[in-house]
Design a protein. Structure first.
Ligand SMILES: [Zn+2]
Length: 336
């Protein structure tokens, strides 16, 4: 067998591309210690650094088969434009998920008011960027911000992405402040719709997963990052039984390989259930492509070519190639 096979490109629905610089760095004992190193890296970003480092990051993504990316961006408006320039130079479709950040983090993340945040969004849209709304988390945004951002996303029919339930501490703080869990707060503030993507949902309870299912919202799983940060296991089987749409993201970019993200998703489900083939091959490819595109509001995104002569596909029958890509291939199977 030789030649190439054309398939739909992968969609990276959640990336913080500046975090690629942290790959391989020793970074403390847990998520919160890692976060200190991440904040130091965020603080040194400039438009020039973003323009050049993101171009390298997007090239690595494109080479791995990601032809579209949702950049979950919280390091400044000039840097947002630089990210868009970098994506255009590489030829990756970019959706800039501009982040609302009211409290915590670094001062450069924050806006003075939710109105100031929406003004930034409108400026970026006016400059021709494809933009989505991104209240960072229930940690960084109080309820009145969530309500306003949810209202704007609904009125403008824009995607809304938000981190939730990545770490137990965030849930404890939400319970203390609001007497409910993060995804319950998102529902209460109008942030859960069919255009909403909740990133992680690692520690989501059954009631929260029920809310995602009943609102038609999507979950973006980032298994290689969630493993690297010690976040926990996605409740893959409970998501599957509720038919909640799943997509993937490279998140911290410790690893950039859509095949590995999908293999991890299926592997987590197998470990949880003791069953093989928890998700079908078609479902897994859809998680990597269509579902991510829908999550970002994209109707079209470029295809990729698979190298059928690659050593990892040797002796694989043509009909088994789609499954073998996920079971046994790495991103180097994509034709550059
Ligand atoms: Zn993230």
């Amino acid at each position: 067998m030789a030649g190439t096979l054309r398939i739909r490109g992968f969609v990276n629905a959640h990336s913080h591309t500046f975090q690629r610089a942290l790959r391989g760095r020793a970074a403390g004992g847990d998520f919160w210690a890692w976060r200190d190193g991440m904040l130091a890296e965020a603080e040194r970003q400039t438009p020039e650094l973003v323009r050049s480092a993101y171009e390298h990051g997007y090239r690595e993504m494109l080479a791995a088969g990601y032809t579209a990316v949702g950049e979950f961006h919280y390091i400044g408006v000039p840097e947002a434009r630089a990210a868009a320039d970098a994506a255009a130079a590489v030829g990756v479709d970019l959706v800039l998920l501009h982040v609302a950040y009211a409290r915590g983090g670094l001062s450069r993340f924050r806006q003075d008011s939710v109105r100031a945040y929406l003004d930034q969004v409108e400026k970026l849209r006016g400059a021709g960027l494809r933009v989505g709304l991104a209240p960072h988390s229930v940690r960084a945004c109080p309820a009145d911000w969530l309500e306003e951002v949810g209202r704007y996303a609904a009125a403008e029919e824009l995607p809304l992405h938000v981190h939730a339930d990545e770490q137990p501490r965030e849930i404890e703080e939400c319970l203390a402040e609001h007497a409910c869990r993060p995804i319950e707060l998102l529902a209460r503030t109008g942030c859960l719709t069919e255009r909403t993507t909740v990133v992680h949902a690692t520690h989501a309870e059954g009631t929260e997963l029920d809310l995602l299912a009943s609102h038609g919202s999507t979950i973006c799983a980032c298994p290689t990052t969630e493993a690297d940060l010690g976040d926990g296991f996605l409740p893959a089987e409970r998501i599957r039984t509720r038919a909640i749409p799943l997509c993937i993201g490279s998140d911290s970019n410790v690893r950039i390989d859509p095949f590995e993200e999908l293999r991890e998703l299926e592997g987590i489900a197998r470990r949880q259930t003791g069953r093989r083939g928890a998700f079908s091959t078609e479902e897994l490819h859809a998680f990597g492509g269509e579902v991510g595109a829908r999550s970002l509001g994209l109707e079209a995104w470029p295809d990729i070519e698979i190298d059928l002569g690659h050593r990892s596909l040797r002796d694989v029958d043509a009909e088994n190639v789609p499954a073998a890509l996920i079971a046994g291939c790495g991103a180097d199977v994509v034709v550059a």
